[in-house]
Design a protein around this ligand. Structure first.
Ligand SMILES: [Zn+2]
Length: 138
């Protein structure tokens, strides 16, 4: 059972898949990221300008808190259950935390950018806020 696809998103990748694999929201090419967790300036295939989207720091703060809580809980559980030496915690949790943060940032930032693209969200410009009523034709 698939939900009906709105016509404007037909042929585009699903939001979850696009976020996980860094797919361009317009053409579906794997061009969203230029660095580990940094957006490319534009899509190398269709030319979509990724710099006009601003996902902000929301994903970073949110993910850091969630991943920190999960890793701390797991480390406490391991310590209480097995009581391993300290170096086990270091070689286990440092790479896991770094990997989860990078993967989480890619998925979170990608998801927000794709959501902005799909909803045509953007910064308001001064023309959007004029107080004068529209001129009526005579
Ligand atoms: Zn593209």
């Amino acid at each position: 059972m698939n939900a009906p696809v709105p016509p404007e998103t037909k042929g585009q990748p699903g939001t979850a898949a696009a976020a996980l694999f860094g797919l361009c929201p317009r053409c579906g090419s794997r061009t969203l990221f230029g660095g580990v967790a940094k957006f490319a300036a534009r899509c190398r295939v269709c030319g979509l300008d990724f710099t006009r989207f601003n996902v902000g720091d929301g994903p970073a703060a949110f993910l850091t808190l969630i991943i920190g809580a999960v890793v701390t809980a797991l480390a406490l559980w391991l310590q209480l259950a097995v009581e391993p030496p300290f170096w086990v915690h270091v070689i286990l949790w440092v790479p896991i935390t770094a990997g989860l943060v990078v993967l989480g940032l890619r998925a979170g930032k990608g998801w927000l950018l794709i959501a902005e693209y799909r909803r045509k969200a953007g910064e308001a410009v001064s023309e959007d806020w004029t107080m004068a009523p529209p001129e009526e034709p005579e």
